[in-house]
Design a protein around this ligand. Structure first.
Ligand SMILES: Nc1nc2c(ncn2[C@@H]2O[C@H](COP(=O)(O)OP(=O)(O)OP(=O)(O)O)[C@@H](O)[C@H]2O)c(=O)[nH]1
Ligand SMILES: [Mg+2]
Length: 398
């Protein structure tokens, strides 16, 4: 058995080091946060994550399961296998050794030693420093990282959980997952669907960066309100910048059989909304805007002001990185956004990246979309459901 210690700036980096050097069967025995010192120990330096891991240790690996299944050591065989059996790798050999336990006294003794050592390490990791996690919480922590939750947030959630749960509860992974789901749920505010009122014309606009799915989502909303709920719906587009943008919306308007207007100036916008005042709902499609283009954002704001919008939904793609989502939401706040729509959930590998923007923007979530099909691939956002989606909990679909 070999034990190695790895240090890195983040847990993610430290885990990758373990994976790269020891493979997925490596058992992570201990993790802790290390405070580095500078200038001969006089000053506090940055903190680092330290992982003690070993290969050939007869304890279950704490690395996420996916990696254990897919791992093939670098250089062993990078070519596609196309149906032939995968060659025996050190990882698979280790697995097969475990499947046929060797009962010789020497091995038995080695196993007892290891078990005592692991017990000791686990005991140490339970009570001490803030960065050290019991086995069960460590597993939860790595699954949050795998779900694309930022390391900072994953740490915060797991730390809160550690302080809330009693000893016995730590052995119940389903209960731990349910508690984390409730914490995530508490950070997500649901806006509910676009609020129609009898005898009133509700005006809702969709804004956002280019290509996030604004026009497609307008078509889904229009079809659902008109065809399923039998409401009178009108469409207005301001998107005269992109060739074919008007035609894209007009095609949907023709298929669903809805009135549609194209406006080029804020004044025309006011007039168009006025002509549609007998509708239950007017949906405004806007041109995709770079969040960095302040001039275009101000122009967009002028259109929305003239429209007298009741709701301005910011449309963001759930595939974007969390920092991009946060920055985009902050920039678009200047046009008066009131709710958030997340699109392309079907394309996202994990949804943890959407949590920071839900927290920082304070925008409630109105709709989620998970495909290109009009009108089916859309749902009203629900906090509990999205929390389960983030955690990849069984049975959770948009
Ligand atoms: N996979 C997936 N694709 C989507 C979803 N919503 C929209 N799309 C696709 O994303 C592409 C862009 O959609 P649009 O509706 O044209 O996006 P937009 O925001 O109006 O784009 P611009 O007007 O150019 O800014 C199209 O191919 C859509 O079919 C979704 O939920 N999932
Ligand atoms: Mg569009």
């Amino acid at each position: 058995m070999e034990l190695h210690t790895y240090r890195a700036k983040s847990m993610q980096e430290a885990l990758s080091l373990v994976r790269r050097e020891l493979g997925p069967d490596a058992a992570v025995l201990h993790t802790r946060e290390v405070q580095l010192r500078r200038f001969f120990g006089c000053l506090r330096g940055p903190t680092q994550i330290e992982i003690t891991a070993g290969r050939g240790v007869n304890v279950p690996s704490r690395l996420p399961l996916d990696d254990q299944e897919n791992f093939m050591p670098p250089g062993e065989d990078d070519s596609p296998t196309y149906g032939r059996p995968r060659p025996a790798t050190p990882a698979s050999l280790l697995r097969s050794t475990r499947e046929r336990p060797d009962n010789t006294p020497a091995v038995q003794e080695q196993i007892s030693d290891l078990q005592a050592m692991v017990k000791e390490l686990c005991k140490r990791s339970k009570g001490t420093g803030a960065g050290e996690l019991p086995e069960e919480l460590f597993h939860l922590f790595t699954s949050l990282i795998d779900a694309d939750v930022s390391e900072e947030l994953a740490r915060e959630l797991v730390d809160r959980l550690r302080h809330e749960v009693r000893g016995g509860e730590l052995r119940d992974p389903l209960m731990l997952q349910a508690r984390i789901a409730r914490m995530i749920e508490a950070d997500i505010r649901a806006a509910g669907p676009i609020a129609l009122a009898p005898g009133k014309c509700r005006v809702a606009a969709l804004v956002g960066p280019t290509g996030v799915g604004k026009t497609t989502t307008i078509a889904k909303l229009a079809a659902n309100f008109h065809l399923k709920e039998k409401r009178r719906v009108g469409l207005i587009t301001v998107d005269t910048y992109r060739i074919a943008a008007v035609e894209q919306l007009r095609t949907y308007a023709d298929i669903i059989d809805l009135p549609m207007e194209v406006v080029s100036t804020p004044k025309e916008m006011r007039q168009a909304v006025g002509r549609m005042s007998d509708m239950d709902l007017v949906l405004i499609d806007t041109a995709g805007r770079s969040p960095k283009d302040e001039v275009r954002l101000q122009e967009l704001k002028a259109f929305l002001t003239e429209a007298g919008t009741d709701e301005v939904h910011l449309v963001l793609s759930s595939v974007a990185a969390w920092r991009t989502l946060e920055q985009t939401a902050a920039r678009f706040a200047t046009v008066g956004t009131t709710a958030l729509i997340l699109t392309k959930l079907d394309e996202a590998n994990g949804l943890g990246n959407v949590l920071p923007v839900l927290r920082s923007s304070r925008l409630p979530l109105s709709y989620l979309t998970d495909g290109q099909n009009v009108p089916d691939d859309i749902g009203i956002a629900d906090s509990a459901h999205l929390a389960k989606l983030v955690l990849g909990m069984e049975g959770a679909e948009v």
